[in-house]
Design a protein around this ligand. Structure first.
Ligand SMILES: [Zn+2]
Length: 274
């Protein structure tokens, strides 16, 4: 079983426009492997032999919560086709400053959606800000999974201090029961070597997305090699990386004995999938 814990697609009506905007922001450093459409991702999953992918939408403002949750439930229930129902695990997203966050998170949990996605740059908050802590405490109490972009972002050059390893560690010190996936190997990009070591004792998960393709340095290899295998989740950030390339990188770094956990076992346990 292979599960991509970190992927994106967009509503069909805005997918190409959204992708074009982000491509411009990367200033040519990244070229996507897809056009942002769900159908393209489903084909890419099938071609690469990836069984399932977690879809990570981002509520860039509080008002987007309802539409995102409705789309997640619709996808889960088959409104986007049988293949999407089988292969995509849709997450919800909540804006950390949503005045109705507690009620909205209860809606997510009671709808049977497994987790929520955050992105500090698009949502303009720090993971270490005490003001957002109640949102994460609520997530922990409901047993939901949180996944957050961590580290620098090629679309947000020069912005730092919102979701680096230090902020992740601070959040987990304050909300110790939180099931948190610190994306992009815990946020090493744009931070000094060994910055993510602060996360080793926190219990957080890391995903493997993107670092192989946008930052050809020793540090991503060191992190991926040294992390406990039960807390590493294969992820791609598709459409921002190609499935075969992302899989090849993880396989080249981790021992084959670790592959079943890293590529799917850990994800299935975390998400309660059979
Ligand atoms: Zn992403």
């Amino acid at each position: 079983m292979i599960v991509d814990f970190h992927s994106h697609h967009f509503p069909a009506a805005i997918a190409v426009r959204a992708m074009a905007g982000m491509c411009r922001k990367t200033e040519g450093t990244l070229w996507p492997a897809g056009d942002g459409m769900l159908a393209t991702q489903l084909d890419a999953l099938d071609l690469a032999g990836v069984d399932m992918a977690v879809a990570c939408p981002i509520a860039t403002k509080p008002q987007l919560f309802d539409g995102i949750l409705q789309a997640a439930v619709a996808l889960r229930d088959g409104a986007f086709g049988e293949r999407a129902r089988r292969k995509i695990v849709p997450f919800a997203s909540i804006h950390p400053f949503d005045p109705d966050a507690a009620r909205h998170l209860e809606q997510v949990a009671s709808a049977g959606i497994k987790g929520v996605k955050f992105h500090s740059y698009y949502q303009d908050f720090s993971l270490a800000d005490p003001a957002v802590r109640p949102v994460f405490e609520k997530i922990a109490s409901l047993g939901l999974v949180a996944i957050c972009h961590c580290g620098g972002d090629v679309c947000w050059r020069g912005v730092r201090g919102l979701c680096g390893p230090g902020e992740v560690a601070e959040l987990l010190r304050r909300v110790p029961g939180l099931k948190l996936v610190a994306a992009h190997l815990g946020g090493c990009w744009d931070y000094p070597p060994h910055a993510t070591d602060v996360l080793l004792d926190t219990g957080c998960f890391i995903d493997t997305s993107m670092l192989h393709s946008c930052w050809h340095k020793d540090e991503p290899v060191r992190i991926l090699r040294s992390w406990p295998r039960e807390r590493v989740l294969f992820g791609t950030d598709f459409p921002w990386s190609h499935y075969p390339e992302a899989m090849r990188w993880v396989r080249s770094v981790r021992d084959p004995a670790d592959w079943p956990d890293v590529f799917g076992g850990n994800a299935c346990r975390l998400l309660g999938l059979a």
